[in-house]
Design a protein around this ligand. Structure first.
Ligand SMILES: [Zn+2]
Length: 89
């Protein structure tokens, strides 16, 4: 039996590794995200491996959460104002 078959939080290490790329891309369904995070929290082996991803993912998710896709809203508003003024001139 492989160490990758260890089941923590309802998923095996192997499943976590399979889901990890989607998890990093933010394409994993919330229910799977919860399972992956529960596994990472309870599996010391994956925590060491996936923990490095997890901090990257967290930072990534914060930047992706912006509705304008990375540009701060106040900056986008100023840009739109400038564009509107240029268009009127
Ligand atoms: Zn694991």
């Amino acid at each position: 039996m492989s160490v990758l078959d260890r089941v923590v939080g309802g998923v095996s290490c192997r499943e976590v590794l399979v889901d990890l790329s989607e998890y990093v891309d933010g394409e994993l369904p919330p229910t799977r995200v919860a399972a992956v995070e529960a596994h990472l929290a309870g599996c010391d082996r994956c925590e060491r491996f996936g923990g490095r991803f997890a901090s990257t993912v967290a930072a990534l998710r914060r930047s992706l959460a912006r509705p304008t896709g990375g540009v701060p809203p106040e900056m986008a508003a100023g840009l739109r104002r400038r564009l509107a003024e240029d268009g009127a001139a």
